[in-house]
Design a protein around this ligand. Structure first.
Ligand SMILES: Cc1cc2nc3c(=O)[nH]c(=O)nc-3n(C[C@H](O)[C@H](O)[C@H](O)COP(=O)(O)O)c2cc1C
Length: 207
């Protein structure tokens, strides 16, 4: 199992870096090979494809998530390279957890609509002392290690999606059904709609 922590911070050895080192250590103790990399908006993120788990973390400065991480998602190829990756998110900030979840976390999540987010957390500057970093890692590991749902519990198909599916040539149906159900399960979708099918086709076809 390989995890990479991608982060941004203006501060060397600041609170974000301390939190990252602690997360990295916990993941390593749980059997992950861990690397960390500081984001640059224009960097090439193709290397991310080699990892099973990607943790994204950054502080908030002047109401905005640190710019190199946001830039990597908006301008760079990070979003594309995160396609189908299991990810976890954390932000460090001086605001309360509820304020951070409302104002800051969406700045990242809006770029990650197609990802399975295992865990997300707003961390205070003293998060290492109050145990919230540990609980973030616990939740992340719990979700990562969750066995896939059984076929009986897998997503239900809408009528519209079934109609589209049956319009496919029959020799393609078997493979596509398995692929679509696996994709929906991976992404945590409870229902397979026409949109989910298109998404699965675009994403899986593009890899
Ligand atoms: C210049 C500056 C601006 C900040 N702006 C905000 C803000 O708008 N909202 C907030 O909740 N916290 C804000 N903070 C708090 C930081 O997000 C928090 O201290 C964070 O842990 C800093 O991470 P670092 O040590 O890696 O730089 C700000 C801190 C600094 C130094």
């Amino acid at each position: 199992m390989k995890a990479v922590i991608l982060y941004d911070s203006r501060t060397s050895n600041g609170s974000t870096e301390a939190i990252i080192d602690s997360i990295g250590l916990s993941l390593a103790e749980s059997g992950f090979y861990v690397e960390k990399a500081k984001c640059k908006a224009t960097a090439d993120y193709s290397f991310v494809r080699d990892f099973d788990l990607v943790v994204l973390g950054a502080p908030v400065y002047y109401f905005i998530v640190a710019s190199q991480l946001l830039g990597a998602l908006i301008q760079g190829n990070l979003k594309k390279c995160l396609n189908r990756k299991k990810i976890a998110l954390f932000l460090t900030c001086g605001s309360s957890e509820s304020m951070g979840a409302l104002l800051y976390m969406p700045q990242l999540k809006v770029h990650l609509m197609r990802n399975k987010i295992l865990a997300e957390k707003i961390l205070a500057v003293d998060a290492l002392a109050d145990g919230s970093v540990d609980s973030f890692v616990e939740e992340l590991l719990l979700q990562y290690n969750k066995p896939p749902k059984s076929r009986e519990l897998s997503a239900k198909w809408t009528v519209e999606a079934q109609e589209w599916f049956h319009s496919m040539p029959s020799f393609m149906q078997g493979k596509f059904r398995a692929m679509a159900e696996e994709y929906a399960e991976e992404m945590g979708y409870k229902e397979i709609t026409l949109e989910v099918l298109m998404e699965a086709r675009d994403n899986l076809g593009g890899t």
